[in-house]
Design a protein around this ligand. Sequence first.
Ligand code: AMP
Ligand code: MG
Length: 521
Amino acid sequence: MSDAPVFTPSQAAWRPDAAQWVNRIAQLSAQLDAEHQVPLGTLWAGDPVPHPRWVAVNHALATDMGWPEGWHQGQGDDAALHVLSGNAVWPGMAPLATVYSGHQFGMWAGQLGDGRALLLGELSTPVGPLEVQLKGAGATPYSRRADGRAVLRSSIREYLCSEAMHGLGIPTTRALALTASPLAVRRETFETAAVVTRVAPSFIRFGHFEHFAHSRRPRHHEVLAALVDAVIAHHYPHLAEAPNRALALLDEVVRRTATLMAQWQSVGFCHGVMNTDNMSILGLTIDYGPFGFMDAFDPDHICNHSDDHGRYSWNNQPQIGYWNLRALAEALLPLIPGADEDTGPVMAVLQGYEERFPAEMLARWRAKVGLATERPEDERLVLDLLQLMARGHLDFTITFRRLCSFRSDLPVTDPANAPVRDLFLDREAFDAWAQRYQARLQAEGSVDAERAARMQRINPLYVLRNHMAETAIQKARMGDDSEVQRLHRLLQRPFDVQPGCEADADFPPDWASSIEVSCSS
Ligand code: AMP
Ligand code: MG
């Protein structure tokens, strides 16, 4: 039994206490406007959608936030269903669309901003202050002629993947709820609208800093400094006394981004649109669009059909992370006296990435193959495995999961090793590799059962494959949301065997390879 408070729908619609809304970003925006005539965004309201309905509600997250059971069942115009669809606001909220700029596909794109996101406010919760943001609640001053909507298809993908990443232990914005409306939205064909409620300690992106760095307004450096100070005060308080706060912030973001990239790589996740406006200042995975978890391993895998040159391929992600950090560094340069991008302290901080990422990556590869100690030859061992997997187009998730049960106490060719061995068409090459692996495991006195248990905590059994999301989308389009909810439950515990979910752990069906995911969302 949960000891969470219970809300009964016969009462008036539940809402958080108005005093719980802190709204720091709206306050900062007002302050910047008053002092510099440069707000951080525009106070705004959602454009109502007709007949919203719940598609999914994240009860676990709502409970963490201190919301009572049944919070979503209220009736009336200001019920949660309407607020989280952008049709109403609760007292205490200060909805704001923020402005940012960014580099898209390596080119300076100028002003972008929350074209379809609306920050409802920042709420103080038992797990700390959290910003609550709607995605798809209508056009804003930053929509640039687009419609401000998100379609049900991409919203289901964002909802499920946010929670799948969280289940994997990878930093991410969260998804609190998903509502749908029959409102028609034009993409390649007509689709219908949906609104995802996202939750994160902050939705500030690299692009927010780039925006003020590039704006040629008088005293824009002061605005940039105010943003740095606000982010530090709230999210990195230990940096408040740093000799140079902008440099210290950069250093922290370098670390977090290096870790995040290693985490993505280690589960075969491709983000798909790593533009600087999609990079979180907290090192969270943010803005789920044409993302994908790889089925067959291909280091050059491009998950975004619109990414013609593979700028954001799986293999390129770590380097693009660095490229984006350089863009952030460049934006912060005016606040770092005497610093030139190619020399001095900024370069030293950026170089931290070149040490941090490979170290984080190698640590994860080691853990994925179950090595408890470190030896110089480990990197070669892992890279050779990845090369074999790539040559044979082996399924990324299944191969690592089956490797968990590798028996080092038996011959490589023993039937007990067949589940993983049989994945490799080139048995000879696998056997040669597996003998090295076996020797390496024996050298550290690895105990098979213990290692298997350890490996099964880092090599997921279930990831959100495109075809799984696609099946949930097709059903939800017909009004049946059960598959969205089932996948949400499944992916909350991606490492645990869940009876009845064998198909979710299996190879993707043939039709999966024909799914094309583009920027259209
Ligand atoms: P993305 O790369 O999908 O995160 O989006 C890049 C920029 O385009 C952001 O500023 C978004 O807010 C904006 N954008 C994307 N789709 C829409 C839309 N349908 N309506 C308004 N703005 C959008
Ligand atoms: Mg974006």
